[in-house]
Ligand binder design. Structure first.
Ligand code: PLP
Length: 259
């Protein structure tokens, strides 16, 4: 069926969409008594119908068991990270032992960088995309300063070519190649929050490794949105949030991948 820019065509596609039934599982804010067309799931996902029941179950667990709730009941809190491993692993294409849900995204980014970014005089640069999410830029700058380096020299940003909005993979790879052994970490988003560009994580990872650097990714806009195969792609570390495409609520916990 050829594309047609009509409402009827869009409705037809909706009907044929095997995932369309999932729409019924969420609450939509109303405008003039009607469900809004919600295009901001990239900022905060909608509330799933099942959330209230799940929260009530935990409140009951706390009410009835107090501290023993860590060890009793169907889902004792002590083991909560384990309950979330299978689905987290599936989302990002990882082994269950490679993922855990904890903290918030920026906290995890710092923790991961604390492990993976160990700059030396020879190898101290971080290659990232120009126009990354502001808190990611601040986090990288903080990391660089923490180790006594100057962000103006240590943070290398890859920009789109003049007149273009997105980055060319060849330019990303060429920048990594050009800075070679001075690169400590290549830190990109999976999907740029502003342009929606899905980066070639596999190629970026391979190139980072070829110069002896680590490759890490902020998957805030990729996890739950696109198919990922972090394990197969050889990615060194990644983190993501769960309040966008995973609908976990504002302040919901982050996930990390660390093989
Ligand atoms: C790409 C990206 N990185 C980081 C963040 C910030 O994450 P948090 O405030 O949950 O640490 C966001 C939030 O929208 C984001 O879109």
């Amino acid at each position: 069926m050829n594309f047609q820019p009509t409402f009827a065509y869009a409705q037809q596609l909706d009907k044929a969409d095997p995932l369309s039934g999932y729409r019924q599982r969420f609450y939509f804010p109303k405008h003039n008594g009607k469900n809004v067309l919600y295009f901001t799931g990239n900022s905060l996902g909608l509330q799933p119908h099942g959330v209230e029941k799940a929260l009530r179950r935990e409140l009951k667990q706390w009410r009835e068991h107090g501290v023993e709730g860590h060890f009793r009941g169907e889902m004792p809190w002590m083991h909560y990270h384990k309950f979330l491993q299978p689905q987290s692993a599936r989302l990002v294409g990882a082994l269950e032992s490679e993922v855990v849900v904890m903290n918030t995204l920026t906290t995890n980014l710092h923790l991961l960088m604390a492990s993976f970014y160990r700059p030396t005089k020879q190898r101290y640069k971080i290659v990232m995309e120009a126009g990354a999410f502001p808190s990611d830029m601040y986090a990288m700058e903080t990391q660089v300063r923490w180790h006594g380096f100057d962000p103006a020299e240590a943070v290398v940003e890859v920009s789109p070519r003049a007149g273009e909005e997105t980055l060319r993979t060849e330019d990303i790879l060429a920048t990594i190649e050009q800075h070679g052994e001075s690169v400590a970490v290549v830190m990109f988003s999976g999907v740029n929050y502003y342009t929606g560009q899905f980066f070639d994580l596999k190629k970026i990872t391979e190139k980072a490794h070829s110069v002896g650097a680590y490759a890490g990714f902020d998957l805030a806009h990729a996890a739950g949105n696109l198919p990922l195969r972090l394990h197969d792609w050889g990615v060194d570390f990644a983190c993501w949030c769960s309040y966008k495409y995973l609908n976990s609520s504002p302040g919901g916990p982050s996930g990390i991948f660390c093989p």
